[in-house]
Design a protein around this ligand. Structure first.
Ligand SMILES: [Zn+2]
Length: 412
């Protein structure tokens, strides 16, 4: 049975990790930055050397293909890929694995002259980590980006997308050209590290993703009354922080007890105004995030948490303002792609587990335009988005071989 070269795969992963590599391990490589642009040039070189036809679209997505030089409805492409940008102080595999493994699979196919009926391509999607806009490249490719929104897209530090794109030699006005014609992608399969502990703890070799969670984020602003923290009698205080604190505890309890067994929730942003120890907090803002693979559960939890916030505000003589800030819908993966992966694992003798992805991925955008699926390999200690993120080299090899045969099956 055809198999990939683990040596070449490791060599490329190591080389890629040097762009933006940190002295103590790990990588900082945000999209459009200088390390990213050097990595992009290196990747294009590796793709060409492997015998692939390459192109870069208006959103900065990089493609390397066999049997095609663009996307067209006449000749739909079986696509794989992931991203080569990282979070600040991120790891060497989140994203990089899916791109380098995809390249390795295509090169293996070229060398074995095993080209299937359908064209194949590997993508490196721009700004998956969303420094300037969440899942930017795959969103531009699948849904299109409204050019009117481009000037407002910026990083948290204020750096604007249009400026960094121009600096990297891209014309922001051409981003809309990245949208693929309808029917141009036959299927999409992405290999990724799990980024959580479930596969490792279960002792399972390959995860077959059934759905990617939806994420809902809302800003809750509790309004009370700023007052002197020494002279205002305790019963008269309308402390906005206490409302927010009570909400944090009750909302968490609610999601844990009333959500599905996989619902998760986090409050990671809190601002207290005016933020002085001698003033009763007059206003507190928090950002509440919830994730679940079932859209109905997510919707119900969101409505119930809103009621909890209103009730707390009423009880504490506060007012609460609730502004939804972002919402992605859970993306179900294609049953056909799932069974193709499962059949390949059966042939290769690897143990599998169906699971959902608790993190967002480019595959969720692709799921809106084609049959999409994901292959997960275990993350050592479940660690990700940190410099010591890693996977066993044998797990990397296994996952890449599963990707190879899945692409051959789907492309046949
Ligand atoms: Zn990723």
């Amino acid at each position: 049975m055809l198999s990939i070269s683990a040596t070449r795969l490791t060599r490329r992963l190591t080389e890629l990790s040097r762009f933006g590599g940190l002295p103590g391990g790990g990588v900082t490589r945000h999209c459009w930055g200088s390390a990213y642009e050097e990595a992009r040039a290196w990747l294009l070189g590796e793709m060409r050397a492997a015998g692939l036809t390459t192109w870069v679209d208006g959103a900065g997505n990089v493609f390397g293909a066999i049997g095609a030089d663009r996307f067209s409805a006449e000749r739909p492409i079986v696509l794989t890929g992931s991203h080569i940008d990282t979070v600040p102080e991120g790891g060497t595999l989140d994203g990089a694995l899916g791109v380098i493994a995809g390249l390795e699979c295509l090169q293996t196919i070229v060398e074995a002259k095993a080209t299937p009926r359908r064209p194949l391509a590997v993508a490196a999607w721009s700004d998956e980590e969303g420094r300037y806009g969440s899942l930017f490249g795959s969103r531009a490719f699948c849904k299109g980006i409204d050019p009117a929104q481009m000037p407002e897209m910026a990083a948290v530090d204020g750096e604007k997308l249009v400026d960094v794109m121009r600096r990297a030699g891209f014309d922001p006005a051409r981003v809309p050209e990245a949208k693929a014609p309808a029917g141009a992608v036959a299927s999409y399969v992405e290999l990724h590290i799990e980024q959580g502990p479930r596969l490792e703890e279960a002792g399972v070799e390959i995860g077959i993703v059934q759905a990617i969670v939806g994420v809902r984020r809302s800003r809750f602003i509790f309004h009370g009354q700023a007052d002197h923290a020494g002279t205002t009698p305790m019963p008269r205080r309308r402390d906005a922080f206490l409302g927010a604190a009570e909400y944090a505890l009750r909302a968490r309890e609610h999601v844990v007890t009333r959500g599905s067994d996989v619902s998760v929730t986090n409050i990671g942003v809190v601002y207290v105004h005016p933020g002085a120890s001698n003033i009763v907090p007059g206003r507190v803002e928090l950002v509440h995030e919830m994730r679940d693979p079932d859209p109905a559960v997510l919707e119900r939890l969101w409505n119930e948490c809103r009621d909890i916030a209103e009730r707390i505000a009423g009880e504490r003589q506060l007012r609460v303002e609730i502004r939804p800030t972002s919402a992605t819908v859970p993306a179900p993966c294609s049953p056909n792609v799932q069974s193709a992966i499962e059949a390949v694992c059966g042939k290769l003798g690897f143990s599998t587990q169906r699971m959902y992805s608790a993190a967002g991925h480019d595959a969720q955008n692709l799921a809106a335009v084609t049959e999409a699926g994901m292959i997960f390999i275990p993350s050592v200690g479940g660690k990700s988005h940190r410099t010591d993120e890693t996977s066993d080299p044998r797990a990397i090899e296994r996952g890449t071989n599963v990707l190879l045969h899945t692409l051959l099956t789907i492309g046949a």
